[in-house]
Design a protein around this ligand. Sequence first.
Ligand code: FAD
Length: 466
Amino acid sequence: MSSDDACDCVVIGAGLSGLVAARDLRRAGLRVLVLEASPRIGGRMQRTRLECDAWIDLGGQWVGATQDRMQALLDACAITRFASPHVGRTVLHFDAQRYEFSGFFQGFPEGDAPAIDAAHWQDAMNAWQRFDALAQSLHGEYPHQNAHALKLDACSLAQWIDANTSTPFARWYFEYMSRAVGFLGPAEPHEVSLLHALWGQKSAPQAEHPEAQLMHGGAGQVPALIAAELDEVIRVDEPVVSIRERGDALQITSTRATYRSAHAIIAMPPCNAARIVFDPPLSSARQLLGAQMRMGRCAKVLLSYSTPWWREHGLSGLAMGNRPCIELVADSSDPSMSTGVLAAFVVGDRYARWIALAAPARRDAVLDDLAQYFGASARHPTSYHEVDWPQEPWIGGAFAGFMPPRAWTECGDALRVPHGRVHWAGTEIAPRWAGFFDGAVRTGEDAGRAVIDLHRASSHAKGKLF
Ligand SMILES: Cc1cc2nc3c(=O)[nH]c(=O)nc-3n(C[C@H](O)[C@H](O)[C@H](O)COP(=O)(O)OP(=O)(O)OC[C@H]3O[C@@H](n4cnc5c(N)ncnc54)[C@H](O)[C@@H]3O)c2cc1C
């Protein structure tokens, strides 16, 4: 398609949500163009191959059994899944003490608990019960539509933690959940609205185990499989800078060309969409949303070893704790390969301190923490990859965007309302599994369906067949 041809819809952003929307539009017979700012498609879904032939996911990797839109997509792509490896004991490292236990915790613990002071453990569990009860009191598609939402949105998660915990372990437990769990950004507790945190627990519950499965070949293979249906309509290295409504069409200008299109789908986090100039301008609430929603500060570090040696020590490869750098690490080894892979996360204020170090010091900090969790063998990986997501110019963070206090009540209504001929997609606006792959697939499907309906209605009105 040349820049002079009009198309039915331009999809802006070739992450998972944009690719799903474009695929559906194409299948419905619409003329589609996809414009992607970066030199590669996939957004937060990326993989790379190691010398030993194993794939590692640099972005998202896990999927849960109840994430039905993502599960359906994986089935359609013939991507098989395996249970996230969890054979052996979990490690907790808290205040310089190391504990091994048979269960794990993200939300309510499952299996045996670590042998920390019983009163401290109980304090955390009681607080989690209150947190979950409050989360379950929220109803509807979005949290700010609840009568008591204003009060919950006015405070930060940190304020709730202060009022509901009395021991250092319970406090850290919630701080860890805030920094390590997908629905929260991740964010430091003082950065995030209590309402946002509760909504995550309701609409993307840890109890449904969103980290239960991994994909053979990695999640990062998905974008290319969807794009195989779209290849000649995707243009990379072409950031969109402005969208102007002119008569009955949009004028969409990238750094390379201007395109005419009946509709557009913007498939990215609201804070990134805010960098595009709109004429007419976006509503004040949508502008506020773009300014308020923040991306999580998180780097992912992937280490591979010739074997998953930690299993020989009876360890599952899952560890968490208040170490200076790595608060969460998980075994991500594909059972069809002999290679052992650990995925570790550096988040929030820890990320800010760590990224300021020189590369060798960063690596030492990661290896020091892993050695504390698993033993000295962790110091000798065969490969080491750091992915600094906040520095990615067209992404700006990981895992996803989150709302600071008052943002839901001030601009939550603007999350999905189209701006004339411009529609929105992207995991951040999903009513369920926001922040996850599944949320991206849902919003891509929804935005595609909305544009297809409008296109058909206007074709009918003009008496055209399609
Ligand atoms: C480290 C990490 C770990 C994660 N772990 C998991 C996990 O285990 N399980 C899970 O379900 N989810 C996980 N996620 C989240 C998951 O990856 C995302 O929810 C999903 O990939 C988001 O897709 P998207 O299409 O909404 O947005 P994106 O992937 O961000 O796509 C947006 C696209 O828009 C492009 N763009 C931005 N501005 C412009 C512009 N002006 N013009 C044109 N293009 C533009 C960007 O380059 C990008 O390609 C993780 C993410 C990260 C980074």
